[in-house]
Design a protein around this ligand. Structure first.
Ligand SMILES: [Zn+2]
Length: 225
């Protein structure tokens, strides 16, 4: 258990209505403008205890703006871990068996191992493969200003600054423990049309939602504009 003195400030959102979607994959919704354009994948709850992004994505889904072009897929990723969330130990529900955000290489995804997170990753992989842009909404375990994690490539830095958000932009190379979703396949290749922008959307995650919803909403409203 990670010690923290920061109380949980908001209740977890009720996401039950999003279970059934058009792809037959639980907790994935889709909007199609009907006009050609990029396919944007917005992910929340890659880590089951970071539900600030889910609150923001829920708000967006309740009143989505008219898309001028392209498509948006919205995925609530680790719902199984999120379902285990308790305010008394908010870090325990980050994942069930292993970190979903360390599985994103073909070797792991096509390999023999099994876990609940790998099953979910394999279910979502086709949608990830089809996406042109990724916005992956996370939150921090401790208080910090809002930030965007753009990855090590020029295309990620370009998108992060093009959003025009007043947040720090962090370029990092990932984790030794395994490849992140934002670095998977074409997202981590240069040059490529696929451009991830991982919004690590604020301070104490689930504990100070009033801070974290705004950057999350602002982040993906800008990226979808
Ligand atoms: Zn996270």
């Amino acid at each position: 258990m990670i010690e923290t003195d920061e109380p949980v400030a908001i209740a977890p959102p009720d996401l039950a209505e999003y279970r059934h979607g058009p792809f037959g994959v639980d907790f994935v919704q889709h909007f199609d403008s009907g006009s050609p354009g990029p396919h944007v994948l917005v992910c929340a709850l890659v880590h089951g205890n970071e539900y600030c992004g889910a609150v923001a994505l829920d708000q967006w889904l309740r009143a989505p703006p008219n898309l001028r072009a392209g498509r948006v897929t919205a995925a609530f990723v680790n719902m199984a871990a999120f379902g285990q969330f308790t305010a008394g130990d908010p870090h325990a529900s980050r994942f069930l068996d292993e970190d979903f955000n360390r599985l994103w290489t073909p070797e792991v995804l096509d390999g023999p191992r099994s876990s609940r997170e790998l099953t979910r990753a394999r279910d979502l992989r086709r949608l990830v493969d089809e996406a042109d842009f990724l916005l992956d909404l996370h939150s921090m375990q401790y208080s910090s200003p809002p930030l965007l994690m753009c990855g090590p490539l020029e295309k990620g830095r370009h998108l992060a600054f093009a959003l025009g958000l007043p947040y720090d932009v962090i370029a990092d190379a990932g984790h030794r423990a395994g490849r992140r979703l934002r670095d998977y396949g074409g997202f981590g290749a240069r040059p490529a049309r696929r451009t991830p922008c991982s919004s690590n959307a604020v301070s104490t995650g689930q504990r100070t939602a009033s801070l974290s919803q705004a950057p999350s909403c602002g982040g993906f409203s800008r990226i979808l504009a």
